[in-house]
Design a binder for this molecule. Structure first.
Ligand SMILES: *Cc1c(COP(=O)(O)O)cnc(C)c1O
Length: 386
């Protein structure tokens, strides 16, 4: 039976926060062919498909690209390659996905959290600078939700104190900062994730390391293969951080569409922001001159949980990124941070709400999302005055 379109006022079909089926339908023959080629080649680890994807990714990002098993492993491998370990401090944000700080701890270093700007959700150079001490070795900025931190300012601080910058670029492939610089241009390395829901998503776990430094790229290639410098010769201890050829084949198909998908995300975001301006919710701030790729569109709502329930009842999917800041996670209690240490991050954890965002979201769907948010606030005002 054909799908029945929703009437103008009737019970409309649900709008998910994210869905992959439309994208897969559109690319299915290309993807299935690419995967079949790998299967028939029997080159499952390394080989042509991996090299081809790395070459294309490198060209897209203007850096050397080394495909690895996940974004988490990219962060871990980058810190290992830079020999960051016990006794070292790494400055990062408490408002991010767990893997950012997890990698720092796994190499034996200590995460040092610094509060964010609540309007952009990003680390800022001034706060980072104030947290630097004699044992600080690196800064791990996160370009959260698809918007880049001010890399020029961070690079200045890094150079003043001889710190390495490793970018967590898991959410921002294709973005550039307010100086027109993309990821991996002003840092030692940038870490990408191709988790299926990311702007460029594999058919499973996948990630990559980017660097402008050819020698460091060689070390990344060695580290993903147990530190092997030549067959059965191990100069240092690495891991198995390789990415399967099948995933590279899928990603290579999708990479060609990434720029168009990112443009569509930006158009949806521009629409949301324009409709929600002047309402009780706060749209995310896009730093002037940046190219934000809206991995997520995250508003701040004072009555976040009630709004979320209202949207749920209307069939609109939302998510909370992130409900608990990292400095208050049980596994980091040994670091000694207390509630109140980072008021901006803590407040944003109470107010942030991600709205439906994916390139295949239709105009009608994004309009309904905005209308339901405005209706919630209209309803509240009537109730308050009545
Ligand atoms: C997704 C993500 C990661 C981890 O990537 P995986 O591929 O899931 O391991 C790390 N940092 C951030 C900010 C992410 O969003």
């Amino acid at each position: 039976m054909p799908h029945t379109p929703a009437g103008p006022t009737g019970s409309a079909s649900p709008i998910p926060l994210f869905e992959l089926a439309s994208q897969h339908q559109a690319l299915r023959w290309e993807i299935e062919n690419a995967v079949r080629q790998v299967l028939e080649s029997t080159e499952y680890i390394g080989g042509t498909a991996v090299k081809r994807f790395e070459e294309h990714l490198g060209r897209y990002c203007q850096a050397y690209a080394v495909a690895v098993s996940s974004g988490t492993d990219a962060i871990l491998a980058a810190l290992m390659a830079l020999r960051i370990g016990p006794g070292d401090k790494v400055i990062t944000t408490p408002f991010t996905f767990f893997a950012t700080a997890g990698g720092i701890t796994r190499v034996g270093a200590r995460p040092v959290f610094v509060d964010i700007n609540p309007a952009t959700f990003l680390l800022e150079a001034g706060a980072v600078s104030a947290a630097v001490d004699s044992t600080t070795r690196a800064v791990l900025p996160v370009h959260l939700f698809g918007q880049m931190c001010d890399m020029r300012s961070l690079a200045q601080i890094a150079s003043r104190h001889s710190l390495a910058i490793v970018e967590d670029a898991a959410q921002c492939i294709g973005a550039h900062d307010n100086q027109g610089q993309g990821i991996a241009q002003l840092s030692r390395a940038a870490c990408l994730s191709f988790y299926p829901t990311k702007n460029l998503g594999a058919a499973g776990d996948a990630g990559a390391l980017l660097t402008r430094d050819a020698a460091l790229a060689d070390i990344f290639r060695q580290i993903r293969q147990h530190g092997e410098t030549s067959r059965y010769h191990h100069a240092f201890v690495g891991g198995n951080f390789r990415l399967d050829a099948i995933q590279c084949a899928v990603l290579d198909v999708k990479l060609k569409h990434l720029s168009i998908w990112n443009q569509r995300r930006r158009a949806i975001a521009a629409y949301y922001t324009q409709r929600l301006r002047g309402s009780d919710v706060l749209p995310p701030r896009e730093i002037s001159g940046t190219f934000h790729v809206y991995h997520q569109y995250v508003i701040r709502a004072p009555q976040r949980d009630r709004l979320r329930e209202h949207l749920r009842q209307k069939g609109i999917g939302t998510a909370i990124y992130y409900p608990r800041p990292l400095h208050l996670q049980e596994c980091f209690s040994n670091l000694g941070y207390k509630q109140g240490a980072f008021p901006n991050a803590e407040q944003v954890c109470r107010e942030a709400l991600a709205l439906p965002m994916f390139p295949e979201l239709t105009d009608a769907q994004m309009e309904r999302v905005a209308e339901e948010i405005l209706a919630f606030h209209g309803g509240k005002k009537i109730a308050a005055s009545g």
